[in-house]
Design a binder for this molecule. Structure first.
Ligand SMILES: [Zn+2]
Ligand SMILES: [Zn+2]
Length: 155
């Protein structure tokens, strides 16, 4: 059981099940949504993700067709995203979880879209797009995160 919440404390949630496919996403959408070099997201079954309080504070932005990022309307903390095509799962922003997390990140994705000032270090695999096996778990390729374009893609 994991618990977490937004910065101002109005949204509180708990997660009962495991967190799968934890990745560092360096795509340009995630960088903007987090205001940082990357987002750290993991997949949780929708039935395992429960909002305990502050449901009315949760608001969404459809960043790609059928893909909505949910955040706190008071403090702006990014909480999770949902894809219409995969209602059975949510992608949680791991920084909002307060418990110690047992699972570990498995990869850097959209690594070639990374900020030019960022240096990716460590031994985790780096992928140009989604991690292998994502299609069986996640929304179709191209939804959710922004694929590299000719105007980005690192150095
Ligand atoms: Zn808040
Ligand atoms: Zn992304």
């Amino acid at each position: 059981m994991y618990t977490g919440g937004c910065l101002c404390g109005s949204i509180r949630f708990e997660i009962e099940g495991p967190i799968r496919n934890i990745v560092y996403c360096h795509c340009s959408q995630c960088r903007k949504a987090q205001g940082s070099a990357f987002a750290t997201n993991g997949i949780v079954r929708s039935s395992d993700f429960k909002i305990l309080s502050g449901q009315d504070q949760l608001t969404g932005y459809e960043s790609s067709p059928g893909q909505t990022k949910y955040f706190c309307k008071t403090c702006g903390s990014p909480i999770m995203s949902k894809a219409e095509s995969r209602p059975e799962q949510v992608r949680v922003r791991l920084g909002t979880i307060e418990s110690d997390i047992e699972e570990r990140p498995m990869a850097h994705i959209f690594a070639t879209s990374k900020a030019n000032w960022e240096e990716i270090t460590g031994d985790l695999p780096q992928y140009e797009s989604y991690e292998p096996g994502r299609n069986t778990l996640q929304q179709p390729l191209g939804a959710g995160c922004q694929a590299p374009t000719s105007t980005e893609g690192g150095r």
